[in-house]
Design a protein. Structure first.
Length: 332
């Protein structure tokens, strides 16, 4: 597990990478090469890192959080107008106590969104998640704001993944095409109520099951914790204007185990309400995810390269969703 760190997460300014992200020979640039070196070290040693110099304005990031706070401050009856149901493709608002991690109830509420796709595009597997995302009418213009934000996060994730591909020794476009040429995405807009007791589990320990996650969290509450090799939980202290980025299970498979995903959890010990917007950048929905040939060749005898698993991403996602919301009807 990529957890060889002691007390903090690395900070990476990716602006040199963004300037050259469309150049096939970008590694000739010294600034890009340094970013790639830092990405490699962070992915090998931690699996988590702060991203700064990413080009998404701090004002937009803050506006997303402010409007999310406004939604979660509404009465339950108002929020339940967009409640999540299997019939809605598991899209919409889930009230506190609906979400389970590893069979244990989490203390948070959320709006769950997925990339929309045409009915029938992914057959029986995709049918489970078919439907439009449910956006609240209050606050006004929330959907328009989030549409812009999702597009920017998609572009940013693609460019970070190009840097990670270079860090693994491939071309910048190694993951693109049949694996990530038509990337799926998931977004969870999460609210963690303030607590009176300590160590209430807002979200239990887990690894993310996709490629990359971008976390936009409140600046004034420390709640996200990452587990290191010693078994200690390291707090991911908010850095204003930054994203926290972490790698998921699909990248572990694609990289042939060279990069691993890291356990993390959320405990909001603050009496104040906390929001977190987590954007998950994924493979193609129907991709058969397995180690890419270049990484099997590059790391054939590496003791970390023990990945033999092959999964269809969409099937993996649907199984996770249905397991998480097994008690959805009861709670709604």
């Amino acid at each position: 597990m990529a957890t060889n760190f002691k007390s903090h997460l690395p900070i990476i300014d990716i602006s040199p990478l963004l300037v050259k992200c469309d150049d096939s020979d970008m590694m000739k640039d010294a600034g890009v090469a340094e970013v790639v070196r830092k990405l490699d070290q962070a992915c090998r040693d931690v699996g988590f890192f702060y991203v700064v110099g990413h080009g998404i304005s701090e004002s937009l990031m803050n506006k997303v959080k402010e409007m999310t706070h406004q939604f979660f401050e509404l009465p339950y009856e108002e929020k339940l107008k967009i409640k999540i149901t299997p019939e809605a493709g598991y899209r919409g608002y889930q009230r506190i106590g609906v979400n389970f991690t590893s069979g244990k109830q989490d203390f948070h509420e959320a709006i769950d969104c997925y990339r929309e796709f045409k009915q029938g595009k992914y057959g029986e597997t995709g049918k489970v998640l078919e439907g439009p995302n449910q956006w609240p009418e209050n606050p006004q213009e929330y959907k328009e704001l989030m549409d812009e934000y999702i597009k920017l996060c998609t572009d940013l994730s693609r460019n970070i993944l190009r840097g990670i591909s270079l860090a693994l020794g491939g071309s910048p476009y190694e993951f693109e095409g049949k694996m990530v040429g038509d990337p799926f995405w998931v977004m969870r807009i999460i609210g963690y109520p303030g607590v009176k007791e300590e160590n209430v589990i807002g979200c239990g320990a887990h690894t993310d099951y996709g490629l990359l996650t971008l976390i936009n969290q409140d600046d004034d509450k420390t709640a996200l914790q990452v587990k290191n090799l010693a078994g200690d939980w390291i707090s991911a202290i908010p850095i204003p204007g930054s994203f926290i980025c972490n790698i998921g299970d699909m990248l572990k498979i694609l990289s042939n185990g060279v990069y691993d995903s890291t356990l993390h959890r959320v405990i909001n010990n603050s009496p104040l309400y906390r929001v977190c917007i987590a954007f998950f950048y994924e493979t193609n929905f129907d991709a058969m995810v397995e180690p890419l040939d270049i990484f099997k060749e590059k790391y054939p005898g590496d003791k970390r390269s023990q990945v033999s698993k092959r999964v269809v991403y969409g099937e993996h996602l649907v199984n996770k969703v249905q397991t998480t919301f097994a008690n959805l009807v009861e709670h709604n």
